[in-house]
Write a protein that binds this ligand. Structure first.
Ligand code: SF4
Length: 324
């Protein structure tokens, strides 16, 4: 009797969304911690996860970074880095008061929103901040402004209910990592209710968030299932999942590592879309492709969008070209 032939692996088309993964702000923040370790030696303290990705955080821990929630956990004689999401003004003020060495890894596009909000307050405007309560970026931006000068708007419902003291003196700014479509809906409600509301000169939702959501919109309608590589506390990754579902792929999962994949969800699929949030390293995308390749005969297609060439310079204190 001839040996029975083993079942061939089923075929799977994998469509990879681009751009994906690290943005310029995340890249810079990680580099800042690495350079701070080189410059000051270990340990270097980091207030909050430098970016929302466990893999990145664990790698930096292995190099000598210590992650803490608040400054009072940082000894007086060690440097501290502030995360890419930005910090309330009180944090650098406290660091200065204690004479700590600190490096601010806040993404320049978040800092831009901070300065914009401050200018609007100087003009005497009341600010509506469109964002998600509790996210570090929201805490950081609201912490630039005097208490009571800003109101958080999370949903279209909030925008409908808001009752201003002076409807002629309003402005809005937004978190950088929101859903483009949800934000457009909220802004449309605000503009209709308060036609004089002042908008940002340039869109606050950043280029990386915009490009990654557009990339997901291109892939999601073409596939049976979709994986967004990213962390549950990553705002931009969460938004990518929502965009995928709305764009026609109901079977979408947020996955941190290949080991987290619930394979029952992907049984019988013939095509898979893959995208990655702005804080997810490419190595994790590759790990997930490898995990599928162990179960399927995989063919990979790149679904490309606009190329990204954004680059943010490092803080002066960590640059080799800075004068001593
Ligand atoms: S997602 Fe946008 S705002 Fe956030 S770190 Fe990246 S570039 Fe900066």
């Amino acid at each position: 009797m001839p040996e029975p032939k083993p079942n061939p692996k089923p075929s799977l088309r994998v469509l990879i969304a681009a751009p994906r993964g690290f943005c310029a702000g995340v890249d810079r923040a990680i580099q800042i911690v690495e350079l701070a370790l080189e410059r000051f030696g270990a340990p270097v303290y980091v207030r909050h996860e430098i970016v929302h990705n466990r893999f990145v955080v664990e790698r930096l821990k292995g190099m000598g970074a210590i992650f803490v929630d608040e400054l009072d956990e940082v000894p007086d004689d060690r440097p501290v880095v502030f995360s890419a999401h930005g910090v309330p003004k009180a944090v650098p003020a406290e660091a200065q008061g204690r004479g700590l060495t600190y490096v601010d890894a806040t993404c320049p596009l978040v800092s831009k929103v901070h300065r914009q909000a401050e200018r609007l307050i100087e003009e005497g405007r009341h600010i509506l901040f469109i964002g998600h309560a509790g996210h570090p970026e929201v805490i950081g931006t609201m912490g630039q402004l005097p208490a009571g000068a800003v109101v958080l708007v999370e949903t279209a419902q909030d925008a409908k209910k808001f009752q201003p003291k002076d409807a002629g003196n309003l402005a809005y700014v937004t978190q950088t990592t929101l859903s483009i479509d949800d934000t457009a809906e909220i802004v449309a409600i605000l503009r209709e209710r308060f036609p004089a509301i002042v908008a940002p000169h340039k869109e606050d939702i950043c280029y990386a968030t915009t490009n990654r959501q557009e990339a997901v919109k291109r892939v999601a309608p073409q596939v049976d299932a979709m994986i967004v590589v990213g962390a549950p506390n990553s705002s931009n990754s969460q938004r990518l999942c929502e965009v995928a579902v709305r764009s026609g792929c109901a079977n979408t999962a947020l996955v941190q590592r290949a080991a987290d994949i619930d394979w029952r969800v992907f049984e019988g699929i013939e095509s898979l879309g893959l995208a990655a949030g702005a804080s997810a390293p490419e190595v994790l995308v590759e790990e997930i492709i490898d995990a599928f390749a162990a179960r399927y005969t995989v063919s990979v297609e790149n679904i490309s969008g606009p190329a990204e060439d954004v680059f943010f310079p490092l803080p002066r204190e960590l640059r080799n070209d800075a004068a001593e």
